[in-house]
Design a binder for this molecule. Structure first.
Ligand code: BTN
Length: 270
């Protein structure tokens, strides 16, 4: 028998826009039923000159992408699949800070919409009780030393039930619905993310990266743990000492040597 919470509530641009109190984020909203990837769609729009803050949302992604070439499962109408075009006046080497900004905004939006406390696993995972509820994929385009744009994509598992996840993800993934015990309004989630991101982006443009770093440090469950970080063929294991002022994870290995990592896949020990 169909339960009321199984009724699919489609996203609508007018509803997302209604009451949206942002200055930049969501000034233009491009809503699609189905795309390959909202990040790709946003990059195409950015290439054609779409403005800072425009967003792309889809009900489903045929080829949702995660970091490190992984797939991001994006079933119809269950998750939030959203990408933002950002054009901050910063050099390309500072762009990774925007991924941290997206993660901070995602955690805040989850908290404001559901009351659940979300933690961050550096650099881009949104975590509820040890399981992944979402992630950020930041991609940029640059012309030499000039940053053209950044696409900040966020995927949040909103209304999936256990069986909506592929078998191999069930132990490590979670949705807001499973954790909250009831379905969660994706429109409210989208709006809340835009509002949080708008606030952090304004602060970033006026005050620089420190406020973002403070917020990420506060929520980060990576620091203070033994970790193994993998990036390509390289692997570093040791104690995660801190997030430095550039947003890099600082690891002290067994020999006492410090490694400052800009990216990587973190496995937490214990
Ligand atoms: C990760 O945790 O590896 C990042 C996942 C990012 C997924 C989102 S869904 C919206 C946007 N479009 C994509 O293809 N990926 C990001």
């Amino acid at each position: 028998m169909m339960r009321p919470q199984d009724v699919f509530v489609p996203l609508q641009e007018t509803e997302i826009r209604a009451g949206l109190t942002t200055r930049r984020i969501g000034a233009a909203i491009h809503l699609f039923q189905e795309v390959e990837s909202t990040n790709d769609e946003a990059a195409t729009l950015a290439g054609r000159g779409e403005a800072d803050g425009a967003i792309v949302i889809a009900e489903r992604q045929r080829r949702g992408r995660g970091r490190m070439g992984r797939q991001w499962e994006s079933p119809m109408g269950l998750g939030l699949y959203l990408s933002v075009i950002l054009r901050p006046p910063i050099p390309p080497q500072d762009a990774p800070m925007l991924t941290l900004m997206g993660a901070a905004a995602g955690a805040e939006a989850i908290e404001r919409t559901t009351g659940l406390t979300a933690a961050l696993k550096w650099p881009n995972d949104l975590i509820l009780h040890g399981r992944k509820v979402g992630g950020i994929l930041g991609e940029m385009a640059a012309d030499g030393s000039r940053l053209l744009y950044v696409i900040l994509g966020i995927g949040i598992n909103v209304n999936q039930t256990e069986t909506d996840f592929m078998e191999e993800l069930r132990r490590i993934a979670i949705s807001l619905r499973i954790e909250a015990g009831h379905p969660v309004d994706r429109t409210a989630m989208a709006r809340s993310f835009c509002e949080s991101l708008d606030g952090w982006y304004e602060r970033f443009l006026s005050d620089g990266p420190q406020p973002i770093l403070e917020q990420v440090r506060r929520r980060c469950l990576t620091v203070g743990r033994m970790v193994t970080v993998r990036l390509g063929d390289e692997e570093v294991s040791g104690f995660a000492v801190e997030l430095d002022d550039l947003g890099r994870l600082v690891i002290r290995d067994a020999a006492g040597e410090l490694h400052h990592l800009v990216a990587g896949d973190v496995a937490l020990a214990g």
